[in-house]
Design a protein around this ligand. Structure first.
Ligand code: ADP
Length: 527
């Protein structure tokens, strides 16, 4: 009702006589102007009063003292999860039954026209001086707009994650052939001037791959699609792998790097690659945010039931007010800094999520600008480490002995197939390439390769079908089939195994990993 209309109506009303009546009249006016639904029920649950806003929320005006409308003026009520709630279980009814307050409880009210309102209910009992329950009041605040805005935000966040995942996935594909081509050129002993340029391309594509992988990982984690390959591992392995990954950057930045391994083995259950990625990320940051001649320490120890890894640097430090925020997505202390290092501000977000997936914590400490930084990762340790540790991964493949395997490389991206083919040829293998599933099966029948590196997403016939077709043939039973796909989740690995693949590599294919598989194939052949 408009202001003048309300005034007119008030003037029409009989002027209250006693002070008590006047107070009651004031309270009524107050309730009528309240931008929230308010109503009262007696101890039987019969509605004794409601204000105009309650009618707006319910979408109807119930009869006072009518048993049909016990506890609530709306016929249909739902919980937040959408399940129906009986009137006798609504917040007003509970306040009357238990004599307790229920504040800010979410409830969904369906109006007779079918429209649903999300409201916060604040139900409280009313007692007399002796404490006897007389009635209860419920105040309903319509939060439907806020809910809609929240849902829209969630949806926008979901589409953003999906977009980032697709973007990263698509950007990854062209990188593999570029990296292969550079490797080929480097192996061919280029002119010294060219060598420098090729090093630039190699470094920059590696950096780009790292950024894209971070994006992809983050998008996967945000949509709960990142799976860990957990194993019983040793803490020293994590340190070793991370230190080896980050050492070139630290050396290029001219800093002193001190690694201290724990005196005794410490075992934990975790994904070695992912945990090494976390620590390497912290080391790379330490290198990025520390001047030349600075120092970086990496050490690990057992503290009670925890395996604790610490990365400390003598670098630029972190202001106290930024410490709680640096793990948030896209947060950077000084955006103008280090742009040449190409950070997206998601490395620490990813590190925290990966550590949390291992039931661990990560914290940052710094005495302020110029005072250096310290990052501490705490993970649950387990009893004793496994007796045998996995052999350390090999990252140089160029110096390997020639394998002389017959290998069929199948990829619909011609550049990918040709560049990888050339690289494998330079290593002394006999290579054929194919670019769709049908061509792959035909080439396998004719060329009889010992190893087939088969992309999954192929035209005409996908990689799974092609693998099945090859396995069905007498000549295809003993071939080593390696799947190369953009997706490395448990489900994808299972699918490729079911199709008859022996191994599963995630694209862009890590050459060291591929070479390890090829070496094994060559060794098995000799045996
Ligand atoms: P990026 O390094 O890509 O910007 P991160 O998420 O890895 O993103 O780090 C977020 C921010 O935290 C960095 O931009 C930097 O401001 C700060 N930071 C991280 N590590 C260090 C460190 N060792 N010393 C100083 N500042 C750091």
């Amino acid at each position: 009702m408009s202001e003048p209309a309300l005034r007119k109506e008030a003037a029409r009303e009989r002027q209250p006589e006693s002070a008590l009546q006047q107070r009651e009249w004031q309270f009524r006016r107050l309730l009528e102007r309240l931008p929230a639904g308010a109503y009262t029920c007696d101890t039987e649950g019969l509605i004794t009063y409601y204000n105009p806003h309650a009618v707006q929320i319910w979408g109807r005006a119930p009869q006072l003292n009518d048993p049909v409308d016990r506890f609530c003026g709306s016929f249909k009520l739902f919980a937040v999860d959408g399940s129906p709630i009986a009137h006798s279980a609504c917040w007003m009814a509970l306040a009357l039954q238990t004599g307790e307050d229920y504040n800010g409880q979410e409830i969904i009210i369906e109006r007779p026209d079918g429209q649903r309102i999300t409201a916060l209910a604040h139900a409280s009992p009313i007692r007399d001086d002796s404490g006897k329950l007389l009635a209860a009041v419920n105040v309903l605040v319509d939060i439907s707009d806020r809910k809609r805005a929240e849902d829209a935000l969630k949806e926008a966040d979901r589409s953003k994650n999906e977009f980032l995942a697709t973007l990263a996935h698509e950007l990854r594909n062209p990188l593999a052939p570029i990296r292969n081509a550079v490797e080929v050129l480097l192996l061919s002993g280029p002119h010294p001037e060219m060598q420098g340029m090729l090093d630039v391309i190699e470094r920059q594509t590696r950096q780009m791959t790292r950024l894209i992988d971070e994006l992809l990982d983050l998008a996967r984690i945000s949509s709960n699609k990142l799976e860990l390959c957990k194993d019983r591992i040793e803490l020293a392995e994590i340190l070793h792998t991370a230190a080896e990954t980050s050492r070139p950057l630290i050396e290029a930045c001219g800093q002193e790097f001190v690694v201290t391994f724990p005196p005794k083995p410490i075992a934990l259950d975790g994904d070695l690659t992912r945990l090494a990625q976390v620590i390497s990320n912290l080391l790379n940051n330490a290198a990025k945010y520390t001047v030349r001649e600075g120092r970086i320490w990496l050490w690990a120890e057992r503290q009670g039931s925890e395996a604790v890894i610490t990365v400390r640097d003598t670098g630029m430090g972190i202001p106290a007010e930024m410490l709680p925020r640096i793990f948030d997505m896209f947060t950077q202390v000084d955006r103008s800094l280090n742009r040449s290092q190409g950070g997206l501000g998601i490395g620490l977000t990813l590190a925290r999520r990966l550590v949390e997936l291992h039931d661990g914590t990560i914290t940052a400490h710094s005495d302020g600008p110029g005072e250096g930084s310290e990052f501490v990762v705490r993970l649950p340790a387990v009893g004793e480490p496994a007796a045998a540790l996995r052999p350390p991964g090999r990252d140089r493949f160029a110096a390997l002995p020639a394998l002389s395997l017959r290998i069929l490389v199948v990829d619909d991206n011609q550049d990918s197939a040709e560049s990888l083919g050339t690289l494998l040829k330079l290593m002394g293998n006999d290579i054929r390439t194919a670019h769709d599933g049908l061509e792959a099966v035909a080439a396998a029948a004719e060329f009889r390769p010992e190893v087939v590196l088969l992309d999954i997403g192929l035209p005409k016939m996908d990689g799974y079908e092609a693998a099945r077709a090859i396995r069905e043939q007498p000549w295809g039973k003993g071939m080593v089939l390696i799947a190369a796909t953009g997706w490395g989740q448990e489900g994808d690995r299972r699918l490729s195994q079911e199709a008859g693949f022996d191994h599963h590599l995630v694209k862009p294919v890590d050459l060291a990993a591929l070479v390890q598989l090829l070496e094994k194939a060559a060794a098995d052949r000799s045996a």
